[in-house]
Design a protein around this ligand. Structure first.
Ligand code: ADP
Ligand code: MG
Length: 248
Protein backbone atom coordinates (compact mmCIF):
# COMPACT_ATOMS: atom_id res chain seq x y z
CA UNK A 1 0.00 0.00 0.00
CA UNK A 2 2.80 2.31 1.01
CA UNK A 3 6.48 1.50 0.84
CA UNK A 4 9.90 2.98 1.36
CA UNK A 5 12.52 1.77 -1.06
CA UNK A 6 16.08 2.44 0.12
CA UNK A 7 15.04 5.75 1.63
CA UNK A 8 17.58 7.75 3.64
CA UNK A 9 17.77 11.25 5.04
CA UNK A 10 20.59 13.40 6.27
CA UNK A 11 20.93 16.99 7.37
CA UNK A 12 24.42 18.23 6.43
CA UNK A 13 26.72 15.45 7.63
CA UNK A 14 24.23 14.01 10.13
CA UNK A 15 22.36 10.92 9.01
CA UNK A 16 18.93 10.89 10.65
CA UNK A 17 17.54 7.98 8.61
CA UNK A 18 19.80 5.27 7.28
CA UNK A 19 18.82 3.52 4.01
CA UNK A 20 15.50 1.97 4.91
CA UNK A 21 13.07 -0.41 3.26
CA UNK A 22 9.58 -0.68 4.63
CA UNK A 23 6.28 -2.01 3.35
CA UNK A 24 2.87 -1.59 4.90
CA UNK A 25 0.02 -3.61 3.40
CA UNK A 26 -3.47 -2.25 2.74
CA UNK A 27 -5.70 -2.29 5.79
CA UNK A 28 -2.82 -3.09 8.15
CA UNK A 29 -1.82 -1.24 11.29
CA UNK A 30 1.89 -0.77 11.89
CA UNK A 31 3.28 0.80 15.05
CA UNK A 32 6.60 2.67 14.96
CA UNK A 33 8.37 2.85 18.29
CA UNK A 34 11.78 3.96 19.49
CA UNK A 35 13.55 6.45 21.73
CA UNK A 36 13.27 10.18 21.23
CA UNK A 37 15.35 11.38 18.29
CA UNK A 38 15.61 7.97 16.57
CA UNK A 39 13.89 9.22 13.42
CA UNK A 40 10.24 8.23 13.83
CA UNK A 41 8.78 11.61 12.90
CA UNK A 42 11.26 11.97 10.06
CA UNK A 43 10.18 8.61 8.64
CA UNK A 44 6.51 9.62 8.90
CA UNK A 45 7.14 13.00 7.25
CA UNK A 46 8.94 11.25 4.41
CA UNK A 47 5.95 8.90 4.00
CA UNK A 48 3.60 11.86 3.65
CA UNK A 49 5.98 13.70 1.34
CA UNK A 50 6.67 16.63 3.67
CA UNK A 51 10.40 15.87 3.58
CA UNK A 52 12.09 14.71 0.39
CA UNK A 53 14.49 11.81 1.03
CA UNK A 54 18.16 12.04 -0.01
CA UNK A 55 18.10 8.59 -1.54
CA UNK A 56 15.44 6.12 -2.57
CA UNK A 57 11.74 6.65 -3.13
CA UNK A 58 8.33 6.34 -1.54
CA UNK A 59 5.60 4.47 -3.37
CA UNK A 60 1.94 4.95 -2.54
CA UNK A 61 -0.45 2.42 -4.03
CA UNK A 62 2.25 1.62 -6.57
CA UNK A 63 2.87 5.24 -7.60
CA UNK A 64 6.22 6.85 -6.83
CA UNK A 65 5.75 10.14 -4.99
CA UNK A 66 7.30 13.04 -6.93
CA UNK A 67 7.19 16.82 -6.51
CA UNK A 68 4.51 16.86 -9.22
CA UNK A 69 2.06 14.44 -7.60
CA UNK A 70 2.85 14.92 -3.91
CA UNK A 71 0.01 17.35 -3.15
CA UNK A 72 -2.57 15.16 -4.80
CA UNK A 73 -1.30 12.03 -3.06
CA UNK A 74 -1.15 13.79 0.30
CA UNK A 75 -4.92 14.26 0.14
CA UNK A 76 -5.15 10.47 0.33
CA UNK A 77 -3.33 10.52 3.67
CA UNK A 78 -4.71 11.69 6.99
CA UNK A 79 -2.05 13.07 9.34
CA UNK A 80 -2.42 13.58 13.09
CA UNK A 81 0.20 15.26 15.28
CA UNK A 82 0.89 15.05 19.00
CA UNK A 83 -0.50 18.51 19.74
CA UNK A 84 -3.31 18.15 17.21
CA UNK A 85 -1.98 20.98 15.05
CA UNK A 86 -5.40 22.70 15.02
CA UNK A 87 -5.69 26.31 13.91
CA UNK A 88 -6.53 28.31 17.07
CA UNK A 89 -8.53 30.97 15.23
CA UNK A 90 -10.83 28.46 13.52
CA UNK A 91 -13.79 26.71 15.14
CA UNK A 92 -13.78 22.94 15.50
CA UNK A 93 -16.00 22.57 12.43
CA UNK A 94 -13.89 24.98 10.39
CA UNK A 95 -10.73 23.07 11.34
CA UNK A 96 -12.31 19.78 10.30
CA UNK A 97 -13.66 21.10 6.99
CA UNK A 98 -10.70 23.32 6.05
CA UNK A 99 -9.23 21.12 3.33
CA UNK A 100 -12.60 20.11 1.90
CA UNK A 101 -13.52 23.79 1.61
CA UNK A 102 -10.18 24.63 0.03
CA UNK A 103 -10.50 21.82 -2.49
CA UNK A 104 -14.21 22.60 -3.06
CA UNK A 105 -14.68 18.83 -3.06
CA UNK A 106 -17.99 18.77 -1.13
CA UNK A 107 -21.08 20.92 -0.95
CA UNK A 108 -22.11 22.54 2.35
CA UNK A 109 -24.73 19.92 3.13
CA UNK A 110 -22.40 16.97 2.50
CA UNK A 111 -19.75 18.65 4.63
CA UNK A 112 -22.13 19.18 7.52
CA UNK A 113 -23.27 15.57 7.31
CA UNK A 114 -19.70 14.34 7.26
CA UNK A 115 -18.80 16.41 10.33
CA UNK A 116 -21.74 14.90 12.22
CA UNK A 117 -20.72 11.42 11.15
CA UNK A 118 -17.14 12.00 12.30
CA UNK A 119 -18.23 13.52 15.62
CA UNK A 120 -20.25 10.33 16.23
CA UNK A 121 -17.35 8.13 15.21
CA UNK A 122 -14.79 9.92 17.39
CA UNK A 123 -17.30 10.47 20.23
CA UNK A 124 -16.83 14.23 20.14
CA UNK A 125 -19.74 16.01 21.89
CA UNK A 126 -21.68 17.94 19.23
CA UNK A 127 -21.90 21.02 21.45
CA UNK A 128 -18.15 21.53 20.96
CA UNK A 129 -18.42 21.85 17.16
CA UNK A 130 -18.75 25.64 17.22
CA UNK A 131 -16.07 26.22 19.85
CA UNK A 132 -12.46 27.20 19.30
CA UNK A 133 -9.68 24.70 20.11
CA UNK A 134 -8.79 26.59 23.32
CA UNK A 135 -12.37 26.04 24.54
CA UNK A 136 -12.22 22.22 24.49
CA UNK A 137 -10.12 19.69 26.42
CA UNK A 138 -6.84 18.17 25.23
CA UNK A 139 -8.51 14.81 24.59
CA UNK A 140 -11.26 16.50 22.59
CA UNK A 141 -8.66 18.42 20.56
CA UNK A 142 -7.09 15.11 19.55
CA UNK A 143 -10.52 13.78 18.57
CA UNK A 144 -10.95 16.87 16.37
CA UNK A 145 -7.51 16.29 14.83
CA UNK A 146 -8.61 12.73 14.02
CA UNK A 147 -11.86 14.02 12.50
CA UNK A 148 -9.87 16.43 10.35
CA UNK A 149 -7.56 13.65 9.21
CA UNK A 150 -10.57 11.48 8.28
CA UNK A 151 -12.65 14.21 6.61
CA UNK A 152 -11.77 13.24 3.03
CA UNK A 153 -11.90 9.52 3.89
CA UNK A 154 -8.25 8.83 3.04
CA UNK A 155 -7.16 5.18 2.78
CA UNK A 156 -4.01 5.87 4.83
CA UNK A 157 -3.71 7.39 8.30
CA UNK A 158 -0.39 8.55 9.75
CA UNK A 159 -0.41 9.41 13.44
CA UNK A 160 2.61 10.91 15.18
CA UNK A 161 2.30 10.29 18.94
CA UNK A 162 -1.35 11.38 18.86
CA UNK A 163 -1.82 10.56 22.53
CA UNK A 164 1.63 11.59 23.76
CA UNK A 165 0.48 14.76 25.51
CA UNK A 166 -2.63 13.33 27.21
CA UNK A 167 -2.98 12.26 30.81
CA UNK A 168 -3.35 8.50 31.39
CA UNK A 169 -7.13 8.27 31.83
CA UNK A 170 -7.87 10.45 28.80
CA UNK A 171 -5.29 8.51 26.82
CA UNK A 172 -6.83 5.21 27.84
CA UNK A 173 -10.26 6.22 26.50
CA UNK A 174 -8.85 7.58 23.26
CA UNK A 175 -6.73 4.45 22.71
CA UNK A 176 -9.84 2.29 23.04
CA UNK A 177 -11.83 4.51 20.68
CA UNK A 178 -9.04 4.80 18.12
CA UNK A 179 -8.56 1.05 17.99
CA UNK A 180 -12.28 0.66 17.36
CA UNK A 181 -12.13 3.32 14.63
CA UNK A 182 -9.18 1.62 12.88
CA UNK A 183 -11.02 -1.69 12.98
CA UNK A 184 -14.29 -0.26 11.75
CA UNK A 185 -12.89 1.86 8.91
CA UNK A 186 -10.31 -0.70 7.73
CA UNK A 187 -7.74 2.02 7.05
CA UNK A 188 -4.04 1.45 6.60
CA UNK A 189 -2.48 2.95 9.71
CA UNK A 190 1.06 3.95 10.69
CA UNK A 191 1.07 4.97 14.34
CA UNK A 192 4.10 6.44 16.09
CA UNK A 193 4.48 6.07 19.83
CA UNK A 194 7.28 5.88 22.36
CA UNK A 195 5.20 3.73 24.70
CA UNK A 196 5.57 -0.05 24.47
CA UNK A 197 2.22 -0.62 26.21
CA UNK A 198 0.50 1.47 23.57
CA UNK A 199 2.42 -0.27 20.79
CA UNK A 200 1.30 -3.68 22.04
CA UNK A 201 -2.28 -2.49 22.42
CA UNK A 202 -2.50 -1.32 18.79
CA UNK A 203 -0.38 -3.67 16.85
CA UNK A 204 0.71 -7.15 16.06
CA UNK A 205 3.18 -5.50 13.75
CA UNK A 206 5.59 -3.28 15.66
CA UNK A 207 8.70 -1.66 14.23
CA UNK A 208 11.41 -0.71 16.70
CA UNK A 209 13.80 2.01 15.58
CA UNK A 210 17.07 3.30 17.01
CA UNK A 211 19.60 5.78 15.64
CA UNK A 212 17.83 6.24 12.32
CA UNK A 213 17.32 2.60 11.45
CA UNK A 214 14.85 -0.22 11.91
CA UNK A 215 16.24 -2.59 14.53
CA UNK A 216 13.44 -5.17 14.63
CA UNK A 217 9.95 -5.70 13.24
CA UNK A 218 7.45 -8.12 14.73
CA UNK A 219 5.26 -8.71 17.74
CA UNK A 220 6.22 -7.45 21.19
CA UNK A 221 6.47 -11.11 22.16
CA UNK A 222 9.23 -11.58 19.54
CA UNK A 223 11.09 -8.60 20.97
CA UNK A 224 10.98 -10.25 24.37
CA UNK A 225 11.81 -13.77 23.31
CA UNK A 226 14.01 -13.21 20.26
CA UNK A 227 15.58 -9.76 20.48
CA UNK A 228 17.48 -8.93 17.28
CA UNK A 229 20.15 -7.19 19.32
CA UNK A 230 20.99 -6.06 22.83
CA UNK A 231 19.29 -2.70 22.28
CA UNK A 232 15.86 -4.37 21.97
CA UNK A 233 16.15 -5.87 25.44
CA UNK A 234 17.47 -2.60 26.87
CA UNK A 235 14.59 -0.66 25.36
CA UNK A 236 11.96 -3.07 26.68
CA UNK A 237 13.52 -3.24 30.12
CA UNK A 238 13.63 0.56 30.32
CA UNK A 239 9.87 0.66 29.70
CA UNK A 240 9.24 -1.22 32.97
CA UNK A 241 6.41 -3.28 31.55
CA UNK A 242 5.17 -5.46 34.45
CA UNK A 243 5.27 -8.71 32.42
CA UNK A 244 8.93 -8.08 31.56
CA UNK A 245 9.85 -7.27 35.14
CA UNK A 246 8.06 -10.41 36.32
CA UNK A 247 9.97 -12.64 33.90
CA UNK A 248 13.37 -11.38 35.05
P1 ADP B 1 11.78 11.19 16.76
O1 ADP B 1 10.47 11.55 16.12
O2 ADP B 1 12.06 9.71 16.75
O3 ADP B 1 11.90 11.74 18.15
P2 ADP B 1 12.91 12.87 14.69
O4 ADP B 1 12.57 12.16 13.44
O5 ADP B 1 12.08 14.06 15.05
O6 ADP B 1 12.95 11.83 15.90
O7 ADP B 1 14.42 13.36 14.62
C1 ADP B 1 15.47 12.48 14.32
C2 ADP B 1 16.77 13.24 14.35
O8 ADP B 1 16.83 14.15 13.28
C3 ADP B 1 16.98 14.05 15.61
O9 ADP B 1 18.30 13.92 16.03
C4 ADP B 1 16.69 15.47 15.16
O10 ADP B 1 17.42 16.39 15.92
C5 ADP B 1 17.15 15.44 13.71
N1 ADP B 1 16.41 16.41 12.87
C6 ADP B 1 15.09 16.39 12.61
N2 ADP B 1 14.74 17.38 11.79
C7 ADP B 1 15.89 18.08 11.52
C8 ADP B 1 16.21 19.23 10.71
N3 ADP B 1 15.26 19.87 10.02
N4 ADP B 1 17.50 19.62 10.67
C9 ADP B 1 18.45 18.96 11.35
N5 ADP B 1 18.21 17.88 12.11
C10 ADP B 1 16.96 17.44 12.20
MG1 MG C 1 8.84 12.59 16.89
Amino acid sequence: MIELDNVSKQYDATVVLQPTNLQVGAGKTVVLIGPSGCGKSTLLRILIGLIPPNTGCVRFQGTTITPDNVLEIRHLMGYVLQDGGLFPHLSVTDNVTLLARFLKSMNAEAMQQRVQELADLTKLPVETLNRFPSQISGGQRQRVAIMRALMLDPPLLLLDEPMGALDPLVRYDLQEDLKQIFRELKKTVVLVTHDMGEAGFFGEDVILMANGRIVQRGQIQDFLQHPAEEFVTQFITAQRIPIVAASQ
